[in-house]
Ligand binder design. Structure first.
Ligand code: ASP
Length: 332
């Protein structure tokens, strides 16, 4: 891969490539729906879901610039958002389930498909780091619930208790009607999924969330499930998702995106097809947002969502910005 000189190639939706050689300008911008074609970047690149991805990308970039691996970068990048206790959808600052418990899901995967995950776990600031430790220190991929908490404690992670009065008050208000609405929109800005490639073309990805607010105690979404919330395959590319996890699990969403890229599909088209599989399964879908991001191993990237309003943070050598990809539907 050519280093030191940025090239962006606007890839046509049918997969054909119109070359804009030597051009350091990205033709996408944050105008709603403007990111509806794929672009390509040589060299390191990081994509993260939602606006909180900007700070995560900044950290991940710093890690890679400092000589850390792309796996270090995706772990430490999303850990920034886990430590932001004003974030209501990631980490211990997240909204609780209907029993008032904040339960966390996370996973991580490297270029060679090695993976680690934790699900339905309470009391730890950095589930992403525990997921990585599961990958590196156990023969397993996923630990869940009390077992995950016990293993984490025994393996050097320190539990943290946190009660945020505002979160508790909101939960108590919610309990009055106890209406569960699986809506994941721009206001409650969601899970962080990150996919990245280093200067040598090595891929990695991470995903971490407190899940859908007021879910049933014990519910696990797509975010810790390899193939659903995240999938990385060094031969093909990486993808991650955000939104209503049940829809993503039912379609093995991120795996679908990566396999479509393996079959030659453009990243944006692959995300679009994954969204359309969801819509074919649930055509009556009302307000259930899902967004996908995709990064092909040649540096082409894109995204797509069910509804408008989904955005992602992009970091390359020359770009640091939010992009709103295209969507099938608009909020009424
Ligand atoms: N995908 C997450 C879940 O279903 C929700 C989110 O993206 O915030 O738990």
């Amino acid at each position: 891969m050519q280093q030191g000189r940025r090239k962006f190639i606007k890839v046509g939706l049918a997969g054909g490539a119109a070359l804009v050689t030597g051009c350091a300008t990205d033709t996408s911008d944050a105008t709603p729906g403007s990111g509806s074609t794929s672009l390509r970047s040589d060299g390191p690149i990081i994509l993260s879901t939602w606006e909180h991805g900007l700070s995560a990308n900044a950290k991940a970039w710093e890690v890679m610039q400092g000589g850390g691996s792309v796996l270090d970068a995706v772990e430490q990048g999303v850990a920034v958002v886990e430590s932001d206790f004003t974030n209501r959808s990631v980490g211990l600052g997240g909204r609780p389930d209907r029993d008032g418990k904040v339960t966390l899901d996370a996973c991580i995967q490297d270029h060679n498909g090695r993976a680690g995950a934790v699900a339905f776990m309470q009391h730890f600031e950095h589930p992403i780091s525990i997921a990585r430790a599961v990958m590196e220190r156990t023969p397993h991929v996923m630990l869940a619930g009390i077992g995950a908490e016990r293993w984490a404690t025994e393996n050097g992670f320190t539990p943290k208790e946190m009660e945020i009065p505002e979160v508790r008050t909101e939960w108590l208000d919610w309990l009055k009607k106890s209406e569960y609405k699986p809506i994941a929109n721009i206001e409650n800005h969601d899970t962080i999924g990150m996919i990245a490639m280093d200067r040598n073309g090595q891929l990695a990805g991470s995903c971490t969330t407190s899940g859908m607010a007021y879910k049933i105690h014990g519910r696990v979404g797509d975010s810790p499930i390899i193939g659903a919330g995240l999938f990385v395959d060094g031969e093909s590319g990486a993808a991650c998702s955000t939104g209503v996890g049940e829809l993503v699990i039912r379609t093995a969403g991120s795996h679908t995106v990566v396999e479509l890229m393996r079959a030659g599909m453009d990243p944006t088209e692959a995300c679009k097809e994954a969204v359309r599989r969801i819509l074919r399964q649930v055509p009556e879908n009302k307000g259930m947002q899902v967004g996908f991001l995709a990064l092909r191993k040649d540096g082409a990237y894109g995204g797509w969502s069910v509804y408008n309003g989904f955005n992602y943070a992009l970091k390359t050598t020359t770009l640091d910005k939010l992009i709103e990809p295209g969507s099938d539907r608009t909020w009424e």
